[in-house]
Write a protein that binds this ligand. Structure first.
Ligand code: SAM
Length: 242
């Protein structure tokens, strides 16, 4: 069934007009007509069944029928991805996969060797929303404005563990380091040029940081992000649940 993310509050009997793009998608791309059913979610009220009540030139109107899933964001779903800015195609892949793999927030970061200084956040938000719609999530991961790595570390909440993907070769295997971990976490992925020595030194000196290795080969940033989130979900996240 078609799933759409809407900002509106969702409750039985509510009526709402989806965005112009969503209306066009429903009626012209998916050729849905009056009476067709779909699922809505807003990141707050869970998932709801809705029906197309009216289709006009300006768009369509939806009636909210009943809740199909209550809102639930398990504790083992509190995962952030902190990723150094990389080329456009790769950062878009990283955001899409972060949404699919259950990251709650994507924090873009600028490191010493970052060589990309511009991203279209609106486009990344749209990619995150579309991926959330397709994966059955009840929320959409937020994509935060780029920040310097030093700023992110200065303001870090020590209750959130930072899993530092360190290609330096002397970190323990990720699956060992992550096994049985609990609580809020974040995964840090460096730029194509890797972390500068002083960045690695600072990261390794911080008590909330766990350096991990993703194996003997140097992975591209997007591959490393996908691999690290996969290992986290399997060892410490919601893939442990049946
Ligand atoms: N240019 C760097 C080098 O040659 O050492 C490679 C950087 S890599 C393309 C981008 C990021 O992916 C790294 O900063 C790291 O966070 C992660 N990464 C890649 N391969 C990894 C590995 N084998 N173990 C841990 N992290 C890895």
């Amino acid at each position: 069934m078609i799933r759409l993310f809407v900002p509106n509050d969702l409750s039985a009997g509510a009526g709402l007009a989806p965005s112009v793009e969503q209306s066009r998608y429903l009626t012209q791309v998916m050729r849905q007509a009056v009476g067709a059913e779909l699922l809505l979610f807003n990141g707050r009220d869970g998932e709801w069944l809705a029906r197309i009540a009216e289709v006009t030139k300006r768009g369509c109107l939806l009636n909210v029928i009943e809740q199909t899933r209550p809102m639930a964001l398990g504790p083992d779903l509190d995962l952030d991805l902190v990723v150094a800015m990389v080329k456009r195609g790769r950062i878009e892949t990283i955001v899409e996969k972060a949404a699919e793999l259950g990251a709650r927030r994507v924090r873009l970061t600028v490191t010493r060797r970052t060589n990309v200084d511009f991203v279209k956040l609106g486009r990344l938000d749209a990619i995150a929303m579309e991926a959330a719609e397709q994966t059955g999530r009840l929320d959409v991961p937020s994509v935060e404005d780029p920040e310097k790595l030093a700023t992110i570390l200065d303001g870090w909440d020590p209750a959130r563990k930072l899993v530092f993907c360190d290609e330096g070769g002397d970190a323990p295997p990720a699956i060992e380091a992550l096994a049985g971990r609990e609580g809020p976490a974040a995964i840090l992925i460096g730029p194509e040029g890797g972390f500068a020595p002083e960045e690695r030194e600072r990261l390794r000196s911080l008590p909330f940081v766990t350096p991990v290795s993703l194996g003997p080969r140097i992975l591209r940033a997007d591959t490393a992000a996908i691999a690290a989130m996969t290992l986290w979900q399997a060892a410490a996240g919601d893939w442990r649940r049946t």
